[in-house]
Design a protein around this ligand. Structure first.
Ligand code: NAG
Ligand code: NAG
Ligand code: NAG
Ligand code: NAG
Ligand code: NAG
Length: 357
């Protein structure tokens, strides 16, 4: 009996998603189902499955699935290879709640890393819809992956290709609170007038200062949020004022707003990751995020905004991977930067065929 009920729930959730994905891919409009938050006549973009009730699993295993969204450019590929290498190194260490790994490849076709990295191919947005801002593919990739993939774990870590795991990462989420990293430049309170366009009611302080990554969240919550995240992303992109104001972080705001629309608050973990060169000390952090350029003089002084005498800047490697055995930074450079270069070198030294992609 119990089994049948579970099956029915699973079945209706799956059907809900098939229906939803069908809708998205055919007419490209997301319409609210019987929204909890909506009052009649109002148009919050909360997307809900009528059949789907939020379930609170009382005793789930803490394991989470590591998922990274990527495309098939050399730039994305070499970062994914590094990331997967370090995932494998820490996955089974004591203190890790890591489960499986998936690269969600949103180029719509297979590439030459399918054998090396577990990969799930999804479609990109239809041509032109992203208005050149490729990051908008991310929410759409998650919607498709969640609808179609078989995911064993109860939780998901949304990661990015430029994340390196420095140590085993436990499931930081607790109860109904997903875990996220607070970004200093995501400031909902200072942007209330714009956020209100997409989040008409509710406290602005309920919009977390986060993006979608890194976040550890239960699969069921992410299934609720992802379609709304996609809807809000597109609406921000197509709103001239919001697009201009949020610029390259608009898809982060979209995730923060979408989760607030679903009444989901995240617990914030400053030690989720470090971002060299600004974070100088590794401390008890779990991830190195190497999104910024690291520019130093040979005396070890930061030369941000200039070309360093010693440098590591991932954007130098858009069309080919960085060479093996990068020169270590000069003395005086923070440990986060030194560690980053050592970890890149270890991975590139051990990945067969590193230099040809
Ligand atoms: C988002 O949802 C709203 C409300 O349902 C809908 O009117 C709008 O067309 C959707 N926008 C996009 C870009 O999907
Ligand atoms: C794993 O870590 C826990 C808590 O830190 C500790 O109690 C346990 O002994 C460790 N187990 C092993 C096999 O190292
Ligand atoms: C996901 O599932 C939907 C509906 O079941 C289907 O239309 C779509 O093509 C699938 N996408 C992928 C990438 O498998
Ligand atoms: C890496 O480069 C250094 C010089 O920067 C050199 O001394 C060392 O032998 C090289 N190591 C490998 C494994 O190629
Ligand atoms: C995830 O791991 C943390 C730290 O070990 C633990 O406190 C938390 O309860 C776990 N979360 C879940 C959902 O099991």
């Amino acid at each position: 009996m119990k089994k049948n009920v579970t099956f029915l729930i699973l079945f209706s959730v799956t059907m809900g998603f098939c229906w939803l994905t069908y809708n998205v891919s055919t007419i490209f409009l997301l319409k609210p189902q019987n929204s909890r938050i909506n009052k009649p006549g109002q148009t919050d973009p909360v997307i809900e499955m009528a059949e789907h009730n939020r379930k609170h699993n009382t005793n789930p295993t803490p394991k989470y699935h590591v998922v990274v969204t990527a495309n098939d450019t050399p730039y994305s590929k070499w970062q994914c290879r590094i990331m997967y290498y370090w995932y494998k190194k820490v996955k089974d260490l004591n203190g890790s709640d890591m489960g499986g790994f998936t690269r969600v490849l949103h180029s719509g076709r297979v590439d030459n890393l399918m054998e090396e990295i577990p990969t799930f191919v999804v479609d990109p947005l239809p041509k032109g819809v992203d208005k050149g801002y490729v990051v908008l593919n991310r929410p759409w990739a998650f919607v498709q992956w969640l609808a179609n993939a078989t995911i064993e774990e109860e939780y998901v870590l949304m990661a990015e290709p430029d994340h390196i795991f420095v140590k085993p990462l436990p499931n930081l989420s607790k109860g109904n609170y997903p875990a996220a990293y607070p970004f200093f430049y995501i400031k909902p309170a200072e942007n209330e007038n714009i956020i209100r366009k997409f989040y008409p009611r509710g406290l602005i302080s309920d919009v977390d200062p986060i993006g979608n990554s890194p976040v550890i969240i239960s699969k069921s919550l992410l299934k609720e949020i992802a379609p709304t995240w996609m809807n809000v992303s597109l609406r921000i992109k197509y709103d001239t004022e919001a697009d201009a104001k949020f610029g390259w972080v608009q898809e982060m705001y979209a995730y923060a707003i979408a989760s607030a629309l679903h009444g989901v608050k995240h617990s914030l973990h400053k030690n989720f990751m470090v971002q060299p060169p600004f974070d100088r000390v590794l401390g008890n952090s779990y991830i190195i995020h190497y999104t910024y350029g690291n520019e130093y003089s040979l005396k070890g002084e930061l030369m941000y905004g200039k070309i360093g005498e010693w440098r590591f800047e991932k954007r130098m490697y858009l069309t080919q991977p960085p060479p093996r055995n990068l020169t270590l930074p000069p003395p005086g450079v923070p440990e986060t930067v030194v560690r980053l270069v050592k970890m890149l070198n270890e991975a590139s030294a051990n990945i067969p065929g590193w230099e040809k992609l």
